[in-house]
Design a protein around this ligand. Structure first.
Ligand code: AMP
Length: 587
């Protein structure tokens, strides 16, 4: 097999790596950098720019510069540039194309294959769209792997002494927590959790809001009303945030900002304080913030990191002190307050020797090396974040693949027709943890048609779920007599955010008892209904063949079951159904 590169296609930066002499190495881009900004732009003349050139002209060309496209991948979001509309996968493909070409220059050979990483919570549509982006860029994407899993691959190759690691990945746009068990080159992902809408960009936004207010109050400049100034402030905020990771305070100055008139009602003293001249002109306006204030205005964002961490721990049935090592991934984990939070939760210092910006790309290269045979003895096992299944009779949710099942995986279950001569079966695919279908997330529906006309319970339809190594879900249904088959690949119209997963799990826990009662009551009714039908069939068919008193007895118990059903008394329905079953058994 030819060489394959590993790509961390990040929200803010991307990294490519390769295995050379059995070691994973970051591939430098054409600019000589390890990190390529995930930025795309078009000039007025239609020239396409990617990476740092696109980033550095962003302030002057905000309308034609695309940043953080990863936040939209898999959605129907469109970017319009010079009269052309682009999908997120097309924009991502431009970034991938640069990475491919830079890697080819570095390696001196054509690069055809790649492993690309995605956040653990990317749904099927987002994974598929990432794969498509690779394909458009001319790459054969041989595997999509989860970012935190990639990090542990990079980290854990020679770490047999460490058994349980927790990967805390806070990048530009997403937050992922994964707990992995390592041993003898075997990786088992025990639990994953996260938030697809939380990342360094949110910290930038807080600083931006803070400084925009300060510019308005202290200098009378409304930065938000000027796109160019706003983009300059955005960039300055990201830089200030980084500086605050190693300095106690920062100043932002925006020289040559458009001189705006001071707000009406400003006194001479206000003007002087704001550094304005007599005629209202502005000198270089400057604002500042110290780390303490920055940490205070972002404390709620840090709080949001706790829930997914606790959820992953409880899913893995581990307490914080059972984690051998905490690995930090993503540039945003450089913030001291974030590191302090990790330390507070685990009562242990996080492991920071590994470069948080490059570790995912390196892990992707390790996976690529495993697939091309350059690295052996490493096995990777990933898991499903929520249970998957179908809606069954009475609106119940029947789980077919359970939460945190190792992938790739497949499982099936045989269902029968609920009605006589039922020619069509609706298959409603869901994911979640609740007992009733309506309380879970709908992933899609399809129909199996032309089922042979058979009495109730006689047609057999096998519903199979298959989750491939990339986490992509395929569901099929097959009628076992005719072998007629149909199926779907899961529609991507839903987004599985951390909030949804967290909510799904906590709601399932909160409603567990009530849901179980609902389920039991429904199952009792379904059984009663089946028993009545079977008994009525017997009465119909055996008229004249069995004693009239026996048949009367059956009819009387059928009536009692129906009566109990009408009263909605589960205990009574169960009793009477049992009585009917025993009576039929006698026969
Ligand atoms: P990633 O998606 O992993 O490349 O992470 C990028 C994010 O990390 C961006 O939001 C960066 O602003 C942020 N970042 C990088 N370095 C630092 C730093 N030293 N302190 C705080 N945030 C940082």
């Amino acid at each position: 097999m030819t060489k394959a590169i590993g790509i961390d296609l990040g929200t803010t930066y991307s990294v490519a790596a390769i295995i050379e002499d059995g070691q994973a190495k970051v591939i430098k881009n054409a600019e000589g950098e390890n990190l390529t900004p995930s930025v795309f732009a078009e000039t007025a003349q239609g020239h396409k720019l990617v990476g740092s050139v696109a980033k550095s002209q962003a302030a002057a060309n905000t309308e034609k510069t695309v940043m953080s496209i990863k936040r939209h991948i898999g959605s129907d979001y469109r970017v319009s540039l010079n009269g052309r509309s682009y999908s997120p996968q097309e924009i991502s493909s431009f970034i991938l194309r640069k990475i491919k070409s830079d890697a080819e220059n570095y390696l001196g050979e054509e690069v055809k294959k790649a492993v690309i990483t995605v956040p653990a919570y990317f749904n099927d549509g987002q994974r598929q769209a990432t794969k498509d982006a690779g394909r458009i860029a001319g790459l054969d994407v041989i595997r999509i792997i989860n970012e935190p899993t990639a990090a542990s691959l990079a980290y854990g190759l020679d770490r047999e002494d460490i058994q349980t690691i927790l990967v805390w990945d806070l990048g530009g746009g997403t937050f992922d927590v994964s707990i992995l068990e390592l041993g003898d080159g075997f990786f088992h992902v025990k639990a994953v959790s996260g938030n697809t809408r939380l990342g360094g960009d949110d910290w930038d936004q807080r600083l931006l809001d803070y400084f925009a207010e300060k510019f308005l109050n202290e200098h009378g400049v409304d930065i938000r009303s000027d796109k160019y100034a706003l983009q300059r402030l955005k960039e300055a905020c990201e830089k200030a945030k980084r500086e605050l990771s190693c300095q106690p305070g920062v100043k932002i100055s925006l020289p040559f900002i458009k001189p705006a008139c001071p707000p009406a009602g400003w006194s001479e003293a206000d003007r002087a304080r704001a550094g304005r001249t007599q005629n209202g002109k502005l000198k270089d306006p400057e604002v500042s913030i110290d780390r303490e204030t920055f940490e205070a205005i972002t404390s709620d964002l840090r709080e949001k990191l706790v829930g997914p961490t606790r959820l992953a721990l409880s899913d893995a049935r581990l307490s914080p002190d059972e984690i051998d090592r905490i690995v930090l991934v993503g540039g945003s984990t450089r913030m001291p307050s974030v590191r302090e939070l990790v330390e507070k939760i685990f009562n242990k210092k996080p492991y920071v020797k590994i470069n948080p910006d490059e570790v995912v790309g390196i892990g992707a290269a390790v996976q690529a090396g495993v697939l091309t045979g350059e690295i052996s003895d490493v096995v990777l096992v990933d898991v499903t974040p929520l249970s998957l299944g179908v809606e069954t009779q009475g609106g119940l949710f029947t789980k077919i693949i359970h939460r945190n099942a190792a992938i790739p995986t497949s499982a099936g279950q045989i269902f029968t027709n609920a009605e006589d001569n039922q020619a069509v079966m609706d298959i409603h695919v869901l994911q979640g943890e609740r007992e009733m279908a309506v309380d879970n997330f709908s992933l899609g529906q399809f129909q199996l048609t032309d089922i042979p006309t058979l009495p109730r319970g006689k047609a057999h339809v096998e519903v199979s779920f298959k989750i491939d190594v990339n986490g992509i879900v395929k569901v099929s249904a097959q009628e076992l007599h005719t072998e007629k088959q149909t199926g779907i690949k899961i529609d991507a119209s839903y987004l599985l955010s951390d909030e949804q997963v967290k909510q799904a799990v906590s709601e399932a826990e909160a409603h567990a008892e009530e849901d179980m009662k609902k389920r039991e009551s429904l199952e009792i009714n379904i059984q009663a209904d089946s028993m009545i039908r079977a008994a009525e069939l017997v009465v119909e068919e055996k008229k004249g063949k069995l004693s009239t008193s026996y048949l009367r007895q059956i009819e009387s118990v059928i009536f009692k079951v129906k009566e109990a059903m009408a009263q909605g008394e589960s205990g009574l329905i169960k009793n009477k159904t049992e009585a009917l079953r025993k009576l039929l058994e006698k026969m």
